[in-house]
Design a protein around this ligand. Structure first.
Ligand SMILES: *Cc1c(COP(=O)(O)O)cnc(C)c1O
Length: 413
């Protein structure tokens, strides 16, 4: 089975039916604690959990207590590793708890963080308020900036010795600007030395795990809001982090003490979602292609942001072709007019749900300037393309003709 594709292994990998009365599917292990066979076994499990000795060959960390491990959580982590070809994975209660745990583990007071802008609003708040209070400085860079410009930015800060992490979100939300992960790796290596490695972390929520594999472009850490495509049914909140064994050991130890792991029930729902991940995402992308071409031809729409619409001569196009295998299922577009015109359109939709979030089976639509991005300074907002007429659309698995009809009726009706 080793060399089979992830979609073939999503129904079986990491689960032994003989340990669960022959169940085809993993039961939900609603238990807080696990019985040790002997005191010696309990001691051996704790020695591993606390890193007091290394694993013997073929030894696995035994089940101790559901804050540390639980079968549903472990099966989910094993399966997520297959998509990103990662050595290990840690799942979390939310995307934000995944992000904040990574930042807290790899940044210490006095350190410098370089991060792409714009990032998810919660991430931006955590960096500019919570990390700032812990005396962790940050510098933002924008997708247009070149490697040389970004290196100059770090040097100008006078804190280049303290650079500890480059954090990026690509494509950016809501206009789909792209960041070159290999470029960030090169910048990180420029400032790394034998005593201090600069880590590269990528929020891959928008395109992963199907259409982009940041670890293969040199990222050390991949982060997901599993609330989005991985969960995919708008019925749970969760997060995930993937990377090599060394990085993940650090993250799992901090998770043990923050206690921000997801419940067995959430993990079980995610296992169910993973079985259909590929078919869902592929159908969403196929539908998005149809919807994007409809929007591009409509005279009430002044601009469409969609990865397949990037001009072939631009720098972004080269990054798109290198880093992604699909244009994805997110589209943003600008309605001619003001906020009022955008709201009239949104209020007329019948099939598409007016709600934030993305990557789900149903199509979701929202108005970034007054919703997800309302916290951004209006000048800055305009600079990054978030106008009053901008609408963000996440395409679901409905029949695309119905989605197009809904949009057409709301634009013209
Ligand atoms: C939703 C989202 C998050 C936050 O995840 P939660 O699961 O809501 O905590 C982080 N990054 C991106 C890109 C997101 O879309």
């Amino acid at each position: 089975m080793e060399n089979m594709k992830p979609e073939s292994l999503m129904m079986s990998h990491g689960f032994k039916p003989e340990l669960s009365e022959g169940s085809v599917k993993p039961p939900i292990f609603l238990t807080s604690t696990f019985v040790f066979k002997t005191a010696e076994e309990g001691k051996a499990f704790f020695e591993l959990a606390y890193g007091l000795r290394t694993k013997d060959q073929n030894e696995e960390l035994g089940l101790i207590y559901s804050r540390i491990n639980n079968p549903n959580l472990e099966i989910l982590e094993d399966r997520l590793c297959l998509w990103d070809k990662a050595e290990d994975c840690a799942v979390f209660q939310s995307g934000m708890s995944a992000i904040s745990t990574v930042l807290l583990e790899f940044l210490k007071p006095g350190d410098l963080l370089l991060y792409s802008r714009p990032v998810y609003g919660g991430t931006d708040h955590f960096i500019s308020h919570v990390l700032k209070e812990l005396h962790i400085d940050s510098i933002g860079f924008s997708p247009e900036q070149t490697k040389e410009e970004i290196i100059a930015l770090i040097k100008q800060s006078g804190k280049e010795q303290k650079l500890s992490m480059i954090y990026m979100e690509t494509p950016s939300n809501p206009t789909g600007e792209l960041i070159d992960i290999e470029m960030c790796r090169e910048i990180a290596d420029t400032f790394s030395n034998p005593d201090k490695k600069v880590y590269v972390a990528t929020d891959n929520t928008y395109m992963g795990p199907l259409w982009s594999s940041p670890l293969s472009f040199g990222a050390d850490i991949v982060i997901y809001s599993a609330t989005k495509y991985i969960g995919g049914h708008s019925d749970l909140i969760a997060g995930a982090v993937l990377g090599n064994a060394e990085v993940m050991h650090r993250i799992k130890v901090l998770r043990t003490f923050l206690g921000n792991m997801p419940s067995p029930h959430t993990c079980w729902l995610l296992l169910r979602s993973l079985e259909t991940l590929k078919v869902r995402m592929e159908q969403q992308a196929k539908n998005a292609q149809e919807v994007a071409s409809f929007l591009e031809s409509h005279d009430k729409i002044s601009r469409v942001y969609y990865l397949d619409s990037i001009p072939e001569t631009s720098r972004s196009y080269a990054i798109y072709k290198k880093q992604y295998t699909s244009p994805g299922a997110m589209i943003s577009f600008e309605i001619k007019g003001t906020e009022k015109d955008a709201f009239v359109f949104l209020n007329k939709l019948k099939l598409i749900k007016l709600a934030v979030s993305l990557g789900s089976t149903e199509s979701l639509i929202q108005h970034p300037a007054s919703m997800t991005h309302i916290g951004i300074d209006p000048e800055e907002r305009k600079k990054i393309g978030i106008t009053e007429g901008l609408i963000r659309l996440s395409i679901g698995i409905e029949n695309y003709e119905d989605v197009i009809m809904d949009i057409k009726n709301a634009l013209e009706g």
